[in-house]
Design a protein around this ligand. Sequence first.
Ligand code: S3P
Length: 441
Amino acid sequence: MPNSIIFKEKIKSFNKEITVSGDKSISIRWVLFSSLASGISKAENLLMSEDVLAAIKTIKKLGIKVKLDKKICKVYGKGINGYQFKKNLTLNAENSGTLGRLILGFLIDTKYPIKLIGDKSLSKRDFKRITDPLSKFGANFNLKNKKNLPLIVNGNTNLKSFKYLEKKGSAQCKSAVIFGGMKSDGTTIIKAKKSRNHTELLCKYLKLPVSVVSNKNYDLIKIKKVKKIKPFNYKIPSDISSSAFFIALTSLSENSKIVVKNVNINPSRIGIITILKKMGVKIIFKNKKIYKGEQNADIEVTSPKILKSINCPAKLNSGAIDEFLLIFLIAAKAKGVSYFKDLAELDQKESPRLQWGSKILTKMGIKVITTKNSIKIFGNPNLNINKKIVIKDYLKDHRVFMTSIIASLTFGGTWEIHDKDSIKTSFPKFLNIINDLKNGN
Ligand code: S3P
């Protein structure tokens, strides 16, 4: 089983400072924005993972030169209308929902039809949520089964703005429409349920004609046609979603402490911090800085004496959307019954994650009651696993793999975890950091 791994030892107490890889959402957005800038943009600490490399391959196929060395990535943008390519172009978003969905916003004015494909996991995911709003600009899409990849984009050079109500709290839907609005006449207006706002912050930093008015639950975003994007350099901060595995590891360990250096703590991304603090974990932000409109800080986590259960308010879901597998694991060790609701979006990820969260916990011997959009977890602070657990046959989903590793290190048992290669999509050095912590390096 070359692509699986066996873990059978609990981790000993640790007290460490670590650095995780660059933020995936910001890395992909930087690649896409810089591909339409007029001139050369440079990024440091760009996440070198399959999802980001797929974004780089995509802009290269669209005629944009990219130079990549170990430390710096340079993109030679040719302007807002600078994509050049031959007929019959096929783009491959591989495993990346963010790439596959966001790039469509930039392709709605394509002169020749473009085909978009993805891997097995991405081909099962919903693209209608993106093509429905983008069609309103005047582009036309043909999708397999009317909702999946492969799809073909038939562009329109006479795009018109429209008003869009984004109700799912999906940053991918919102961002694709912002991109489409940047290419369309008139003013596009989006009323969007709160979700991560890296696209809006980049627009603000680049002084693009995009304005945001925030209300309690919704943001009102107005977008006008963009004439020019200036090239821009960016030092990508570390990813909170990658840090989350170590935050969870520390929360589930005894007498341990970790500091994760220079992490993006955008308020729309730190749902896991708010939830874990409510559950009794001590988490402190240190060395807070503002960088190009984004907030970054070191995150210090101390293992708690006792974990409390939570009735999680649904308003925290969007800010923790990629972290729920880990949060469920922590609820499994908490005293009492935890409840998480309105989570239908979790089954729209690389694999159906509400189902996988429930499966992993059940295999561990934790009682759960799961519905289509909620889960009740009956925590057991004394759980000590003594059996073999096999995690396999999930769609290529990095977060299922990494969450299983954290479970094995903290609850015990022998874990055979398949599809190790899935971590290459978001966090290739994950196992190196885990092994350093295990070996006390
Ligand atoms: C992302 C948005 C989220 C998130 C994904 C990255 C982004 O997806 O789950 O990992 O970078 O915009 P949705 O917009 O579908 O919630």
